[in-house]
Write a protein that binds this ligand. Structure first.
Ligand code: KG4
Ligand code: ZN
Length: 344
């Protein structure tokens, strides 16, 4: 653990960010827009179930949250008294998980007389693109993770519009569910990615779903893999063992192609000044390559933040919070978290 050699000036705007919407417990400290600490504890308890178990996630958040916040403050070289505000992911996410982060954030605000800033998780993923980086606006952002698959039209860090969404599974789920069908661990994306490197992307064909407008759909491809594997294994019980790299490469290729098809359509409709990629699936090597190739083809800067800012993290929450702090738009202490994106 390191302690910041330059403790922030007393006049600085210091935001504590807290993220607990899914299975990562995270805290970050941002001083005048610069990250001083970014700490996360991920939860291995879900691996044996092949997916996040909400009640276990809440319990793990409960035991991790105070140590994670303390570590972030220590790394930044500050104490509670130095904070200007607390920003916390208010939703969407798992209710029990969100409640842990929100309640701790409120407690800190009451105890230290600080303003609370409730942040939308999707806006935070977009804010990640603004960390340590100048953004050419408007930007078209492709957000791909285990929970979201979205095309977001970004006019400013706090002004954006979702122009495409998945109608069913997220891209990360398509990777995770495929990995589960093939007996690979959870999360499955990194395993599929690794195996795909040894495989032929053209060996097998998986379907792209028909969708309206700029929307995505990934439940069909997962089902087609299920039936494909069942039929092949019936004919040859060693099929998966022999062909897993080719299956992973072909399947991954189709997910990337589905994402790129909608991205390209959105670029031609909206003419952005730059492209951004965010979310855990941005680690995928084939997706990164295709995304950068799309930028080059379209003559647009195609930006992918550090991986630590792409997966669920609190630095992005603090970054979104910093702008709200500067605008003075705060959240009342009696506001509650929301589980779904469209809350009334
Ligand atoms: O952003 P994230 O950490 O959490 C969510 O908000 O969901 O994203 C996790 C997702 C998982 O579905 C995981 O399988 C996927 O990101 N992922 C990948 C890769 N690394 C992580 N998917 C494909 N290829 C990868 N290399
Ligand atoms: Zn997320």
């Amino acid at each position: 653990m390191t302690t910041s050699p330059n403790p922030p000036k007393p006049s600085a705007s210091i935001i504590l960010g807290i993220e607990s919407s899914c299975d990562d417990t995270a805290a970050a400290v941002l001083c005048d827009g610069k990250i001083l600490a970014n700490v996360a504890a991920s939860q291995s308890v879900h691996e044996q179930y092949g997916g996040v178990v909400p009640e276990l996630a809440s319990r793990a958040h409960q035991s991790n949250i105070i140590p994670v916040i303390d570590q972030a403050l220590k790394q930044a070289g500050i104490s509670h008294q130095d904070l200007s505000a607390v920003a916390v992911t208010q939703g969407p996410g798992l209710m029990g998980s969100l409640l842990v982060g929100n309640n701790v954030a409120k407690g800190l605000c009451i105890a230290n007389n600080l303003p609370l800033i409730g942040i939308n998780h999707l806006q935070a993923h977009v804010a990640a693109l603004f960390i340590d980086h100048e953004v050419a606006l408007p930007m078209l952002c492709l957000l791909v993770s285990g929970g979201h698959t979205q095309l977001i039209w970004v006019e400013a860090i706090d002004k954006m519009e979702i122009i495409g969404s998945t109608q069913d599974d997220a891209a990360g789920e398509a990777f995770d569910k495929a990995a589960k069908l093939m007996g690979l661990g959870y999360p499955g994306g990194p395993m599929v990615d690794r195996l795909a490197k040894e495989g032929d992307i053209k060996k097998y064909a998986f379907p792209d779903a028909q969708t309206e407008g700029l929307n995505f759909s990934f439940s069909g491809i997962k089902t087609s893999l299920l039936y494909f594997l069942r039929d092949q294994q019936k004919a040859n019980p060693q099929f998966l063992e022999q062909e897993i790299a080719h299956v992973c490469a072909s399947y991954q290729q189709q997910i990337v192609a589905s994402l790129m098809k909608r991205l390209k359509k959105a670029i031609s409709q909206r003419r952005p000044a730059s492209l951004g990629l965010s979310g855990g699936v941005s680690a995928n090597s084939a997706l990164r390559k295709a995304f950068q190739a799309m930028g080059a083809e379209q003559g647009l800067l195609a930006y992918i933040p550090d991986f630590a800012y792409c997966t669920d993290n609190a630095a992005m929450v603090a970054m979104a919070g910093y702008h709200r702090y500067m605008n003075g738009t705060f959240t009342a202490l009696d506001e509650t978290p929301f589980a779904r994106a469209h809350h009334g």
